[in-house]
Ligand binder design. Structure first.
Ligand code: MSP
Length: 660
């Protein structure tokens, strides 16, 4: 019978000499899913790669006296090495500089142009080079890039545009009808409310201000800009647009695109629009995972807080790191990276629970039976419960994996590991061994533990792929009894089991001593990263433009310079020609002010009226949509683009009140 196909992808990474543990998180999760599906008998295609075009790379390479391709080639070697270190089992690695990709992108661009989905116009906007993003005036924060806080440049140039707006209604309808399309569900609501309902603008898809990109064949001087180039990788990697598109025919549509939350919009809106325009099927699912953060902030080379996965793997082994990433953070949400939590997990879950279980049983079979269980058996009262739980765990893991809830899947497996350890405590082999008549019970108990370990060793494969082999060796488990389905059957180990002690799977770590060492190792690697970053940037651009993503500390005196006041919105109206702005009249005691606020996606004018809000009162007036805005209405921002007004807890609090 032909295997069912399963096509899964990671985003393609920007070439960076320091891919950090946050990048690794996305790839480890995708790898786990790919391995799981292979074990379930699917014909898996797992794609990853690098996104190699753009002005930033062109500038860095030039500053180092290299051609962009030459500069990137070195980095790609490092990225591939990192994936090897992390045991990433990708089937294909695409580079957007690969010839077949470049040709296919040109073909796609031409087709969209010929059919009228791409047209020529001109673009004016604020460009942030490090983020490779354009912003409108009102998206800037204090005149700087709203994403990274750095300087932006005003750019006006001729550009080709993709008619994204034309696909708005179809995408909205598609999302509303396919509620599983974008996971977790909250991200779907975000796309609908923040982008699709307010309306999509056509997208600039070519550039003339730099050369390092896929050339637009029919208009020399233009290169294809970012998204048409990058997103197409998911189909060009399969040969779409080439002479041999057999892989495309076999694997497309993708079963899952795994992406970080900040690029969900591109995958859930622009990519479907492109595919609709090309008349191709949409991917079945997009999973937008959260970020691995450090002390609540995003990891970044310029902040100097990146954690190098190589340092961690070298210290604790790849399986410990994979386990931590998959177990500690609920996939879909943000999770904190913390050295103490990492060591804690290694000690408790891996060394104490799993490692101990494996070594204890082998140790006891060696001690009581010279390494080989005799063919005598008598049951104990604890057998049925363990057997039932062991053969029932796979189904629970499967349910969690279908939703990509890796952490839940591991919790189920660890419940079985802990239950098996408890079984040892219940049956007390160290007491049974003292009574010759209990030899049958003793052999039976140890067989039960070993058989449970066999089942566990099958289930952990997708998550920590190096460990099962080590277990199989110690328990002499033949590869005839390790298929996934065999984790649902009890009693497949031979009755006269023969074991052989091996190295400890996960040595226990001395937390106090190790924490200091780990911190020192991470700091040393961060210092190198920052130094390299500094070198890169100095050469790239003589003027200092790097601003930390963390705000600088301020004194109380600085803070007191900002005057905040309670205001009451007494009128509010939509602003013609703006997707986000509401024009509000806010009463502040005796005074009334016009204050524009970009909250239309979250509040209607009717909802605004009567709201007590917090106003930044002494902000310099700013011209917005041709009129001055006097102050700013403050909102909470969840980092996913959702805003909520800040208000007073007591509704009757008078407008004009100060804030202390
Ligand atoms: N090149 C684009 C993707 C194009 S896909 C057609 C890109 N590259 S990236 O290198 O910046 O990011 C690659 C992936 O790494 C993204 O999914 C991003 O969310 C993820 N991560 C980067 N830092 C991360 C964390 N700190 N935590 C989790 N994932 C993070 O975007």
């Amino acid at each position: 019978m032909e295997k069912e196909k399963f096509y899964i992808t990671t985003p393609i990474y920007y070439p960076s000499d320091k891919l950090h543990i946050g990048h690794s998180y996305c790839t480890v999760a995708t790898d786990t899913m790919a391995r799981y599906k292979r074990l379930r008998g699917f014909d898996v295609m797992f794609l990853t790669g690098t996104d190699e075009h753009g002005q930033k790379l062109e500038r860095i390479a030039n500053s180092q006296g290299m051609q962009p391709k030459e500069y990137i080639d070195n980095i790609v070697v490092g990225i591939k090495e990192l994936w090897k270190t992390l045991n990433i089992s990708y089937d294909k690695f695409i580079r957007t500089t690969d010839d077949y990709h470049v040709k296919a992108v040109q073909k796609i661009f031409k087709q969209l142009y010929d059919q009228g989905d791409i047209y020529k116009s001109s673009y004016e906007g604020w460009y942030c080079t490090p983020c490779e993003s354009f912003f409108t005036e009102h998206q800037l924060v204090n005149g700087k890039c709203p994403d990274c806080g750095r300087d932006v440049e005003l750019v006006k140039e001729e550009s080709y545009f993709f008619r994204l707006s034309k696909y708005q209604d179809r995408i909205l309808k598609y999302m509303e009808e396919n509620t599983e399309f974008l996971q977790p569900n909250t991200r779907q609501n975000e796309m609908i409310n923040n982008f699709l309902r307010p309306g999509l603008e056509d997208l600039a898809v070519s550039r003339t201000s730099f050369k390092w990109g896929v050339p637009v064949e029919f208009d020399p001087g233009h290169v294809v800009y970012v998204w048409i180039d990058a997103l197409s990788n998911y189909i060009t990697a399969l040969g779409y647009g080439s002479e041999d598109d057999s892989l495309y025919c076999k694997y497309w549509p993708a079963d899952i695109h795994v992406v970080g939350k900040e690029i969900v919009r591109f995958h859930a809106i622009i990519w479907p629009a492109m595919l609709m325009a090309l008349n191709l099927p949409l991917p079945k699912k997009i999973f937008g995972h959260g970020w691995l953060v450090i002390n609540g902030g995003k990891m970044s080379k310029s902040v100097g807080n990146v954690v190098d996965p190589n340092v961690l793997v070298e210290k604790y082994g790849v399986d410990s790191i994979r386990y931590f990433l998959l177990r500690e953070i609920a996939f879909g949400q943000d999770g904190n990276f913390n050295n103490e939590a990492l060591i804690q997990r290694i000690n408790s879950d891996l060394a104490n629970d799993l490692g101990n279980l494996v070594s204890r049983t082998v140790g006891m079979i060696e001690k009581y039976f010279g390494g080989q269980l005799p063919d005598v058996r008598s049951k104990t009262n604890f057998d049925a419960e363990l057997e039932g739980m062991a053969v029932g765990t796979a189904e629970k893991v499967e349910a969690a994996m279908e939703k990509m809830f890796f952490s839940d899947a591991l919790i189920e497996i660890w419940n079985l590991i802990r239950r098996t350890n408890k079984y040892i405590d219940e049956t007390q082999p160290w007491i049974l061994c003292k009574d010759e008549e209990k030899k049958g019970e003793l052999a039976n108990a140890l067989y039960h533990v070993a058989e449970s370990v066999r089942i566990i060793s099958i289930l952990i494969q997708p998550f920590i792929p190096n460990t099962p082999e080590k277990i199989w060796k110690q328990y002499n488990i033949s590869n005839k009894i390790i298929d996934w389905e065999m984790s649902k059957e009890w009693g497949l180990l031979p009755e006269e089991l023969k074991v052989e002690k091996g190295e400890s799977l996960f040595p226990r770590i001395d937390m106090k001593k190790e924490l200091a060492e780990l911190e020192a190792a991470i700091k040393a690697s961060q210092a190198t990263a920052v130094a390299n970053q500094g070198k890169e940037e100095k050469k790239e651009d003589k003027k200092k433009h790097d601003e930390p993503e963390y705000p600088a500390e301020i004194t109380i005196d600085d803070f007191c310079k900002v005057q905040l006041k309670v205001g009451e919105v007494i009128a509010s109206s939509v602003v013609e020609g703006s997707k986000k702005l509401l024009r509000n009249i806010v009463k502040l005691g005796e005074e009334e002010r016009v204050i524009f606020s970009g909250i239309k996606p979250w509040y209607t004018p009717e909802e605004m009226v009567g709201k007590k809000v917090v106003v930044a009162y002494n902000l310099k007036p700013r011209k917005m949509m041709g009129e001055l805005s006097y102050g700013m209405i403050l909102c909470a921002d969840d980092g996913n683009g959702n805003l909520s007004l800040l208000t007073t807890e007591k509704e009757e609090f008078p407008s004009g009140s100060g804030i202390s």
